[in-house]
Design a protein around this ligand. Structure first.
Ligand code: ADP
Ligand code: MG
Length: 372
């Protein structure tokens, strides 16, 4: 069981081009070469100071969809075909690029990790079948659902046909299953994309009905890979989850409905953080049963691989929400204290004021020279 937590800072949007960038990717310690593993952000209470958070990897504004896929997701496909489950999460405030990272845009270059993953799965399926000279058959099926207010809704069902109470979940030999969830075979990438697009229309239809409901539900795509050789079958699942926005809804709206929503979002994100942390610390007990989402995903039950992408916006209007995202993921990341070097006092003339102090494992507080 392993987990990687990576941060991705999105570029400025057209309307933000005149705004300050306050969130930056940096390399650890005093290194200026190598790939960034640090996210640096000013302390909102004292902008002369910056907080640094360390992750397995950090992608800056220039990172492409291809790079994210090649570095983070492509290496997991091999494990999937070896029978391990792969789970990808996009976590972050609404507007930070979760859907862009997962689903992406229409052009080839803009495609997100989901269509790229499916493409890699089909490629490997063909190769496996060829290498085994037809002895092994690979079948791919998908299900796609959302969890809203702790209820499960099938995204293959149009919103009008849904039962408001959602689909029941049940224990089935130690595994939690959603009863009545549609599972669609999809044999080609084209077929997958048709089904996926159609289901996403159902998601956005309910979004218009329920006022940006999509930012307050978790969308969970499960792709099952079944490899059969004679009477033996090997089943593994790749799950990709576009999580509900992590913003504190209570700050903007005190309506009762919103409070119910934010309570269930907070609970499931909190349990998710605890599960990811327990996995990264290789703890025996993973509290996955404590929320519906982690329970259905059996998070941490198998020898799976989990990757969490923390999506961040670089601009000041997200400052406090970005910090709370970073704090959330900081608890969940693998803590490698030694990789964060404290900068010595008065290191160079130009950094006369530079100093840093470790205030939590992996988290350093730096004093930057005051700007004139
Ligand atoms: P979220 O799903 O977290 O609410 P979106 O994925 O919808 O956020 O992204 C918000 C906006 O930012 C969209 O217009 C999206 O196209 C744009 N965007 C996000 N990430 C990137 C990126 N890496 N490159 C270009 N545009 C991006
Ligand atoms: Mg989104």
């Amino acid at each position: 069981m392993s987990v990687r937590v990576v941060a991705r800072i999105r570029p400025l949007l057209k309307l933000e081009l005149d705004k300050d960038t306050i969130v930056e990717a940096a390399t650890a310690g005093s290194e200026t070469i190598g790939s960034p593993t640090i996210v640096r952000i000013p302390n909102p209470k004292n902008e002369a100071e910056a907080f640094s958070f360390q992750f397995n990897s950090v992608y800056d504004q220039k990172a492409t969809q291809q790079q994210i896929f090649d570095n983070e997701v492509a290496p997991t496909v091999k494990h999937l075909f070896n029978g391990f489950d792969v789970t990808l999460f996009a976590y972050g405030v609404t507007g930070t690029g979760k859907t862009h990272t997962m689903r992406g845009g229409k052009t080839l270059a803009e495609r997100g990790v989901i269509p790229r993953l499916l493409s890699a799965i089909y490629r490997r399926s063909r190769k496996t079948e060829k290498d085994m000279s037809g002895e092994t058959q690979v079948e791919v099926t998908m299900s796609y659902y959302e969890i809203y207010n702790d209820r499960v809704y099938d995204l293959f069902e149009s919103p009008e046909k849904r039962t408001p109470a959602g689909l029941p979940i049940r224990d089935n030999g130690g595994k939690t299953v959603v009863v009545g969830l549609t599972e669609r075979p999809c044999t080609t990438l084209k077929e997958f994309e048709q089904l996926y697009d159609q289901a996403n229309v159902n998601r956005s239809t309910s979004a218009t009905k329920l006022n940006a409901h999509s930012s307050r539900s978790h969308a969970i795509l499960c792709v099952k890979v079944v490899q059969s050789t004679g009477d033996q079958t090997r089943i593994s699942t790749a799950s990709a989850i576009d999580l509900a926005g992590s913003e504190d809804n209570r700050r903007t709206d005190n309506g009762k409905e919103r409070l119910v929503e934010s309570a269930s979002i907070n609970k499931s994100l909190f349990v998710l953080a605890q599960c990811v942390e327990a996995i990264s610390r290789k703890q025996a007990r993973i509290p996955y049963r404590e929320s519906k989402m982690t329970r259905i995903l059996s998070l941490g039950q198998n020898n799976g691989i989990t990757i969490m992408v923390l999506n961040l916006a670089p601009v000041r209007s997200y400052h406090l929400d970005t910090l709370s995202s970073l704090n959330f993921a900081n608890r969940t990341k693998k803590i490698e204290v030694n990789e964060v070097e404290n900068e010595p006092f008065f290191r160079t003339a130009s950094k006369t004021m530079a100093s840093s102090a470790t205030i939590a494992s992996g988290l350093t507080l730096e004093r930057q020279p005051l700007r004139p």
